[in-house]
Ligand binder design. Structure first.
Ligand SMILES: NC(=O)c1ccc(NC2CCCC2)nc1
Length: 249
């Protein structure tokens, strides 16, 4: 997968996108991440990327030209829709990003992220080029760059080979829509707090059930809406009932 990012702050991507799992995935050739400085696509000597808004008002708006120049260089023309490529704009108006969307994006062969700054990007960029608008949550950021990094972080986990096998286990337990069960590591007792006995039993079936029940407890307590409308297997119904009992419900 090739990821291109149009931004006026390419340097923001150096640290986060070259560290840890993302950095290793790039080194393994599972994906490439290439920020492009929009100023390199300006034609005036001041390398102007923004200007005052028509109709007045505070702040500045990002000019269409640098985006058009960069996107034309990267993709040819707007009409050349390529299968497996998405052009995504990060905005608070976008569809809220989810794990499901992360999984879907991970199947793309190319993604181009458009990062706005100031008051936003000239509307003609969106109407000409943008396939999807995504928001990482209902809050306003100073730019689309951090939202882009969040999305890259979430999708890279779905690239085959990106996670060591120790992480892939977390993958399926989380992606079935329940919250994560509690995690423990050595020592077995820390400041008088002990690890729950089932986890020390070495009894895999007991451990699996304990984890599933804890996931039901947490999901019911913190995100009950995730449980609504779910059809549960017989075993899950039993574990869910036990979870509610232990919660004193
Ligand atoms: N919730 C979000 O994903 C999000 C994205 C971009 C943004 N700000 C950008 C958008 C255009 C100028 C700054 N704020 C919030």
């Amino acid at each position: 997968m090739n990821i291109h990012i149009l931004t006026i702050f390419p340097e923001m991507f150096q640290g986060p996108m070259s560290s840890s799992i993302i950095g290793r995935a790039c080194q393994k050739g599972l994906l490439s991440i290439e920020p492009h400085n929009l100023r390199d696509y300006t034609k005036d000597k001041h390398r102007q990327v923004d200007d005052t808004p028509y109709g007045g008002g505070a702040g500045m708006v990002m000019k269409a030209e640098p985006f058009f120049e960069a996107l034309t260089e990267l993709t040819g023309s707007p009409k050349q829709k390529k299968v497996g490529r998405k052009i995504i704009m990060l905005t608070p108006q976008g569809a809220t990003f989810t794990q499901k969307k992360a999984q879907e994006l991970a199947t793309m062969s190319e993604i181009i992220f458009l990062c706005g700054r100031y008051e936003g990007i000239d509307e003609r960029v969106r109407q000409t080029w943008v396939d999807e608008e995504i928001s990482i949550g209902d809050y306003i950021l100073t730019g689309g760059e951090l939202a882009t990094m969040v999305i890259i972080d979430a999708l890279v986990r779905f690239l085959p080979g990106a996670l060591g096998d120790e992480m892939s286990a977390q993958e399926e337990s989380f992606s079935d829509g329940l919250l994560e069960y509690p995690q423990y590591t050595k020592p077995a007792t820390w400041q008088g707090m002990t690890v729950p006995a089932p986890l020390l039993s070495g009894h895999h079936e007991q451990i699996r059930k304990w984890r599933r029940k804890e996931a039901f407890k947490r999901t019911y307590q913190f995100r009950p809406e995730l449980l609504r409308g779910r059809s549960l297997s017989i075993e899950d119904q039993i574990l869910f009932a036990e979870a509610l009992q232990e919660l004193g419900m």
